[in-house]
Design a protein around this ligand. Structure first.
Ligand code: OOG
Ligand code: MG
Length: 260
């Protein structure tokens, strides 16, 4: 079997981002793409972005809710990075000319006060290391044709990460049972989804612990000040021209973003 050229596939995906291209999935073009190779492509893609002057603002989990796993036909969580250039403020407007075929989804976001790195990180450790939890909306934009992929494809593509909208309010990590936080997701004022924090593997802090343990395996850490996305609690909706997406959270307040 031919070895996977990580730098080649990273450049392939970077061109998708830069030129707003829908690309054939990598797994349609190689004999086999292992999870390890997929994370190596993701790392090479991040290196390309950091080499252009971007910095890291956080990290993310994907496919941590049954709603998302069923929507995408992939039954395991995945991990990726949040470049600083992709973070936008609550109420922002996003120009669709910068994206391919974006979707929007409501997220719970942990803002870290301390570094976190596995092995052995628990949900309790996550709460100890967290400054606050805020509501968010992630704009995902798979670089693959028809937004269709296998688990290794979506890992290589930095888990479809495109933009993150951060809520303005927030709570201390132990101010409230995070699994009990409610989220109502509206598109243009009409409710299209509803879930609680428990949708994320039963407990959002457990998701962040998995991510800390994952990056620890590569000798990396989640850093103080970073924003960590625990995953979408509902399925994602199309983010098309004129769409205003609003995620309304109990105790966390509202987050919204508009596509133009
Ligand atoms: C993969 C990314 C999933 C989430 O929150 O579940 C994700 C995708 O659905 O394109 O970010
Ligand atoms: Mg997401």
């Amino acid at each position: 079997m031919t070895a996977i050229d990580h730098a080649h596939w990273a450049a392939y995906l970077a061109a998708g981002v830069d030129e707003r291209l829908e690309l054939p999935a990598i797994t349609k073009q190689v004999d086999e793409l292992s999870i390890a190779d997929a994370y190596a492509i993701q790392a090479a893609l991040l290196e390309l972005q950091l080499g252009r002057g971007d910095t890291l603002a956080g990290a993310k989990l994907g496919l941590t809710s049954v709603a998302k796993q069923e929507q995408m036909g992939v039954s395991e969580p995945c991990y990726g990075w949040v470049p600083a250039s992709t973070v936008v403020a609550n109420g922002a407007t996003i120009d669709l000319a910068e994206l391919i075929h974006p979707r929007c989804e409501p997220e719970l976001v942990f803002v870290l006060a301390q570094d976190l790195a596995g092995p052995g990180v628990t949900a309790d450790d996550v709460l100890d290391a967290t400054a606050k939890v805020v509501g968010g909306i992630e704009i995902i934009d798979s670089r693959y044709e028809a937004f269709s992929f296998t688990l290794p494809d979506v890992i290589a593509d930095n888990t479809s990460a495109a933009r993150v909208v951060l809520g303005t309010d927030g709570i201390g990590p132990r101010d409230h049972d995070l699994a009990a936080i409610e989220c109502w997701f509206d598109i243009n004022g009409e409710q299209v989804g509803e879930a609680t924090g428990a949708a994320l593997l039963g407990d959002p802090a457990t998701c962040v612990a998995h991510l800390a343990n994952h990056v620890g395996q590569a000798g990396l850490k989640l850093e103080a000040g970073w924003h960590i996305l625990a995953g979408a609690v509902t399925d994602a909706k199309p983010f098309t021209a004129g769409t205003t997406a609003t995620a309304r959270y109990s105790v966390l307040g509202d987050v919204s973003v508009t596509a133009v």
